[in-house]
Design a protein around this ligand. Structure first.
Ligand code: G4P
Length: 284
């Protein structure tokens, strides 16, 4: 499966983001904890340049916790302050404040030496579509935070949200684009549901998922759908269709319906907390 996806407005978005990045002290990048490589845009490294960086492995409630902690060490070794979060849970996000202070220690110290006290650090959220940016901003900023109003130098329409005495957050996230040169990236994004389903061949994708699950999470499909796993992926999908009543005219299995059912269960963590991308051992 070879997926290509590059919305034309991304060039404009990139330019706007580069302008915003000049105004901030710390970039908070969100990735999906189930695919922490494919959901990360490598170009951000160059754009962010000398700013402090925090990496949040979001949707960690759907990822395997053991792999998530491996990924945290992996990214920490690469110079990030990394944290696993669930953007839907406000309480999970308290630690993010601690990380922001840690990331901006040098700036706060510089300000202090210059006699500037209590100048809030400015943060911005970035990430590819569907990674949870809006959910994060809503939970993190909450209702209590008043917007501070327009400031000179900020792209018109942009506002800062005062989170507390120490932090201001740009209210609009920076949208990054996934890197599609490697077809595996497209497949992984499609598996977690980050690419519109009409662009994806669902049966082909479901077969890929079956192949992945039988290899990496043996027993899961057997337990959930009462099927015999020691079979070819297409035969497993046929069994699933039959066991779940996905049957079309002529008493034939409805592969498409079965594929949707399986993908939907997987995307909503009804098959358990599964991480698709594993950290490479020798890079750790
Ligand atoms: P974006 O701004 O980066 O494009 O993403 P957005 O916040 O719209 O989130 C995309 C989907 O992911 C939303 O679900 C959101 O609720 C869900 N989501 C975000 N963070 C988390 C998380 O940490 N854990 C889980 N389980 N889900 C998360 P949706 O189905 O599109 O909408 P809805 O269910 O919120 O109505």
């Amino acid at each position: 499966m070879n997926l290509q996806w590059y919305p034309g407005h991304m060039t404009k978005a990139k330019r706007a983001m580069q302008e915003d990045i000049r105004l901030i002290d710390v970039v908070i990048e969100l990735v999906d904890a189930r695919i922490p490589v494919s959901s990360k845009n490598p170009d951000i490294e160059r754009m962010v340049n000398n700013k402090s960086r925090i990496l949040l492995l979001n949707k960690s409630d759907m990822a395997d916790p053991e792999f998530t902690s491996h990924w945290i060490s992996y990214y920490e070794k690469k110079g990030y302050l990394a944290l696993a979060v669930n953007a839907r849970k406000k309480n999970d996000l308290k630690q993010v404040n601690v990380k922001i202070q840690e990331a901006c220690k040098a700036k706060i110290e510089r300000d202090r030496k210059r006699g500037i006290k209590n100048r809030p650090v400015r943060a911005m959220i970035v990430g590819i579509p569907n990674v949870g940016k809006s959910t994060f901003i809503n939970s993190f900023a909450g209702k209590a935070c008043a917007k501070t109003g327009n400031r000179p130098g900020v792209t018109r329409g942009r506002q800062w949200i005062r989170l507390n005495r120490q932090v201001e957050l740009l209210d609009t996230p920076g949208i990054l684009w996934p890197k599609f040169e490697d077809p595996v990236v497209g497949q992984h994004l499609a598996l977690i549901g980050s690419i519109k389903d009409e662009l994806v061949q669902s049966v082909e994708l479901a077969l890929l998922l079956i192949e992945f699950l039988t290899k990496n999470c043996p027993g899961i499909l057997q337990e959930k759908y009462l099927i015999e796993e020691a079979a070819e992926p297409a035969d497993i999908l046929r069994q699933l269709a039959e066991n779940r009543g996905c049957i079309q005219k002529g008493n034939e299995p409805d592969y498409e319906k079965a594929a949707f059912l399986l993908l939907d269960d997987f995307r909503n963590a009804r098959l358990g907390r599964i991480t698709i991308e594993k950290p490479i051992e020798d890079e750790e």
